[in-house]
Design a protein. Structure first.
Length: 58
């Protein structure tokens, strides 16, 4: 069960990192967001989802 949860977190983090790279934020902000997601996988993912870089609406 733990491995399934870990796999889901890994997939969500990879998705977040891809979205961060594709965002319109400047490079420094992108690097900081990616580091946050990598260092704090669950908390970083939640914070990115709530306040991530780039525009959420077009």
């Amino acid at each position: 069960m733990q491995s399934i949860i870990a796999l889901l977190i890994l997939v969500a983090d990879i998705y977040a990192i891809i979205k961060i790279i594709q965002s319109s934020a400047d490079t420094v902000k992108k690097i900081l967001w990616i580091l946050g997601v990598l260092i704090f996988p669950v908390l970083g993912l939640i914070v990115w989802y709530l306040a991530g870089p780039g525009s959420k609406t077009n």
